[in-house]
Design a protein around this ligand. Structure first.
Ligand SMILES: [Zn+2]
Length: 226
């Protein structure tokens, strides 16, 4: 599901206009971000347990420049409390986006606070501006403002907004497997997919049903034998 990104070009300070770097973030990236709050064998598994891990993930997905991440890392080393706040912010926006996705999947209003948190994140997005282009005319560009983490979170929230405004938000779903609960996009023809992945969660569900049936049959056989 991961989308390949062109490698970032971490050579200029993040505050400068960067013409080569488009920062395309897809809905899959957003879902991958939400699914970093993961489970394994039914137990919660946090895939972004530290600020450092979060920054690496953001750089990997091209939503933070390497030097922006390094700046935050040195700030974090000097002020561990701010690092804790930054990590809490990443987790809070992720949880709020997950809540919005779950609300969409279940056709219910999101819990109080989730929209405020997402909206705060959206307001910190990049600024679009016009600049002279290399061919002597005008081009659209963006300038990084404020905090790189805010910017990254805004970028990751963006595809969900786009899907709501011009996509098919009814296709946003949560995997039916209680031990998975991944957010996924249902691109099936009928729009009735229940599992993030048929070959894992779908088969697991079928296998579980099969086992339950077998157990039931065995109990029935036992009852008859008695
Ligand atoms: Zn699943």
């Amino acid at each position: 599901m991961a989308i390949q990104h062109a490698p970032s070009t971490p050579t200029r300070p993040a505050t400068q206009v960067d013409r080569a770097h488009a920062h395309d973030v897809s809905l899959d990236d957003t879902f991958d971000f939400l699914n970093t709050d993961d489970t394994e064998n039914g137990f919660p598994l946090e895939r972004l347990p530290t600020l450092d891990a979060s920054l690496s993930w953001f750089v990997d997905r091209g939503v933070i420049h390497l030097e922006g991440a390094d700046r935050i890392r040195s700030q974090a080393a000097a002020d561990p409390e701010s690092a804790g706040r930054d990590l809490a912010r990443v987790h809070a926006v992720r949880a709020a986006l997950w809540e919005v996705a779950d609300a969409l999947a279940e056709h219910r209003p999101p819990k109080a606070g989730a929209l405020d948190t997402v909206n705060r994140a959206l307001h910190a997005r990049q600024v679009i501006e016009l600049v002279p282009s290399d061919d002597g005319c005008v081009a659209v560009d963006h300038r990084h403002v404020g905090d790189p983490i805010d910017d990254a979170l805004a970028r990751l929230a963006d595809p969900l907004v786009t899907e709501l405004t011009s996509g098919r938000p009814e296709r946003i779903k949560i995997c039916d497997n209680d031990r998975c609960r991944w957010v996924f996009y249902d691109n099936s023809r009928t729009g009735r997919r229940r599992w993030c992945d048929m070959s894992t969660c779908g088969n697991r569900a079928k296998a579980a049903r099969h086992r339950a049936r077998q157990a039931q049959d065995a109990t029935g056989d036992q009852a008859r034998a008695d």
